[in-house]
Ligand binder design. Sequence first.
Ligand code: NAI
Length: 246
Amino acid sequence: MELTGKTAIVTGGASGIGLATAKAFLEKGAKVVIADFNEEGGKQAEQQLKQGDAEVVFVKVDVASEESVEQLVAATVERYGRVDIMVNNAGVGVLGVTHELTYEDYHKVISINQDGVFFGAKHAIKNMLENGDGGVIINTSSILGTVGEGGAFAYNATKGAVNLMTKSLALQYAEHNIRVNAVAPGYVESGMVSKEALGDFYDALVAKHPVGRLGQPDEIAHAIVFLVENEFVTGSTLMVDGGYTA
Ligand code: NAI
């Protein structure tokens, strides 16, 4: 699929993988809506990416709220006429042993990582069906959708769910030319995943990646662009993990 002139929404677009994806889409000539809960970061990202004739705008969203996601899609349609690509990327994790995990923390992870994918896919697909010529949904999963991690119980649950939600959606909407794929990154350098933030744990994480380093956000963005462009790929979860799950 050619990205020039297409409209893409990227949730969690204010930082990390989402920001790199927004940038990669703009470089391919797409119009991009940076959708994020973080208003300050979102506005900064919009300013950072608005160069030349780049069509990019920040819209505040809480992906855990269906009403908010519905408004995001409506705002996108109002500004750019339609949604062609929806990247459900916003995500959070809560670390800790499960016997001490509160329902509140558990539910927070479920509502952002899992409900957020449902709401994003549902409302983007509604618009794609109205347009009648298809589209692409990309969900950001994780290696932790495939392998377990002690202390990441809720996160594991959501990313495993995202992998199968991706397959279910791909089967349902293939006949409407709507493709649905997921990308499953290994650990990627971002605000929370850095040598400064993690200390010795950072080195332990590096050791789990056979390539001997963590990933960079633009390496995940590159894979997302591939999943959008290649029209024979649907229902896939693409591991981009430096060999972590090999
Ligand atoms: P990040 O923390 O840099 O970006 C996440 C963004 O989501 C932030 O801008 C945050 O404001 C936004 N967000 C959080 N809650 C939200 C909500 N309720 N509504 C809208 N936006 C919200 O993190 P990163 O690393 O770029 O993560 C992006 C995705 O990649 C997540 O789904 C994460 O689970 C996944 N991932 C990240 C890995 C890593 O090592 N960094 C590894 C595997 C997957």
